[in-house]
Design a protein around this ligand. Structure first.
Ligand SMILES: [Fe+2]
Length: 437
């Protein structure tokens, strides 16, 4: 579309055939915003399914489905959500996105690595990124999103439900850290392309190399989704060249969230407005201790293990605030995991104070070697090696999480990639701890 400005009309209806249009409007797609539009219909009815479409000239878009959350004070009987992350375009076909769409969830949480700034590097890729080995400019980031959005299964997942996306590192650069990042020129183009290509409101448009990403959604009195940002405000990862010198890693002022987001989270949790509190975020929250010795710090410095004081302030914080049912939702590690959470992970008889559900990748390559340190980490309850996603059903009494696996992402034929429930857990409201079922 080059330098053209394009007028786009949108319609929102209660039926798929648009017989009952309840809202309509117009947006201007400009080159400065990558020809994206961010329509924000107001005055909609809570707890209602809607359908939308766009029109420009004689072109009409496919129809998308969305829904509004139940009213703040209402008592919904349930919410069904899907969580997904890590969709390297080259490393597989998006069968998991197609199955996720078919599940017809109320809402999709996308927990980071929607795209990758860098090519796979593996020899058995199923398709290639165009043009660039590594992207770092606005036009290049935009092209990468555009290529992802040619995929029919990804488009189906977007059209099936509203999404709550957050980014992780690869939308900008592997393992980037926010505060004083040494490649600051990549921030603004990365955030701009993310905002243009995600269903985010105009109020979240990035400016001055920052994007206001953390935010909160409420599903009546049943659930709240605290969508977090674990990249922009973090200190640089601690050095990992000496596991016995833990001085930097153990600094009590070390932060992954930044002070403002930590306060926002704990103040929000203290309000106790819902039965369930879901912390949607990017990097592994529970401890993964390599050798079982509390004196060493052989951990993943990029995950919460690299910021243990910040993690403890949050877990102790929700205990002190009597938050009834906190559940951390995570992506990043390209395998399914499930963890019981403790304030002190080294004390294996300490009470369980929450749950972490970690979704595997949609396609990105993951290790199939079981970690050797599971005996030292008894709070880890499950690890699965397939590609896929997690789907959850939440009621006032119980959370049910199903870890979904696809048999292959390397075969293109949908008939040859089977979906299965590879593990199921329940968590009872008011009684923390994962129960297989
Ligand atoms: Fe990833």
């Amino acid at each position: 579309m080059g330098s053209q400005t394009v007028d786009v009309q949108w319609e929102l209806a209660t039926d798929e055939r648009f017989a009952n249009v309840v809202a309509a409007g117009a947006e201007t797609a400009t080159p400065g915003e990558g020809h994206s539009v961010h329509a924000e219909p107001a005055g909609l009815t809570p707890d209602t399914e809607y359908f939308y479409r766009f029109r420009t000239g004689s072109h009409i878009s496919p129809v998308g489905r969305t829904r509004t959350a139940p009213a703040a004070g209402s008592n919904p009987a349930s919410v069904r959500f899907a969580m997904a992350s890590c969709a390297h375009f080259e490393e597989g076909w998006y069968h998991a996105f197609r199955h996720l769409a078919a599940d017809d969830p109320d809402v999709v949480l996308f927990l980071g690595d929607y795209m990758y700034e860098k090519n796979s590097g593996h020899s058995d890729i199923v398709r290639g990124y165009v043009e660039f080995d590594e992207v770092d400019k606005l036009a290049e980031y935009r092209l990468r999103y555009a290529q992802h959005k040619t995929d029919p299964d990804l488009k189906a997942a977007h059209a099936a439900a509203p999404w709550l996306p957050v980014f992780d590192d690869h939308e900008l650069k592997n393992n980037w850290w926010g505060v004083n990042y040494d490649q600051p020129a990549r921030k603004q183009p990365s955030f701009q392309a993310f905002w243009e290509n995600m269903p985010l409101p105009r109020a979240m448009k990035p400016a001055n190399s920052a994007i206001p990403l953390y935010r909160r959604f409420r599903w009546g009195t049943l659930a709240r989704f605290h969508m977090m940002d674990t990249r922009q405000y973090r200190w640089k990862q601690a050095p990992n060249n000496d596991n016995t010198n833990c001085t930097e890693l153990r600094r009590t002022d070390r932060t992954l969230t930044g002070a403002a987001q930590e306060k926002w989270l704990l103040d929000g949790l203290a309000a106790r407005e819902s039965t369930w509190d879901f912390l949607g975020q990017q990097v592994f929250f529970g401890q993964r201790d390599g050798d079982g010795k509390a004196a060493t710090c052989d951990v993943s410095e990029d995950a919460w293990d690299g910021y243990p004081a910040n993690r403890r302030r949050i877990t102790q914080g929700w205990v002190d605030r009597r938050v009834p049912n906190p559940v951390v939702l995570t992506g990043d590690v390209h395998r399914h995991w499930a963890c019981d959470l403790r304030v002190d992970f080294d004390n294996h008889s300490a009470p369980i104070v929450g749950t972490e559900l970690i979704t595997t990748s949609i396609t990105s390559r993951g290790s199939t070697t079981p970690p050797s340190n599971l005996p030292q980490n008894p709070h880890v309850r499950y690890i699965g090696h397939q590609r896929g996603y997690v789907r959850a059903t939440v009621t006032p009494r119980q959370l049910t999480a199903e870890f979904m696996g696809v048999s292959s992402v390397l075969v293109r034929d949908p008939a040859r990639s089977k979906l299965s429930v590879v593990k199921r857990f329940h968590v009872k409201a008011g009684r923390p701890g994962l129960r297989p079922g």
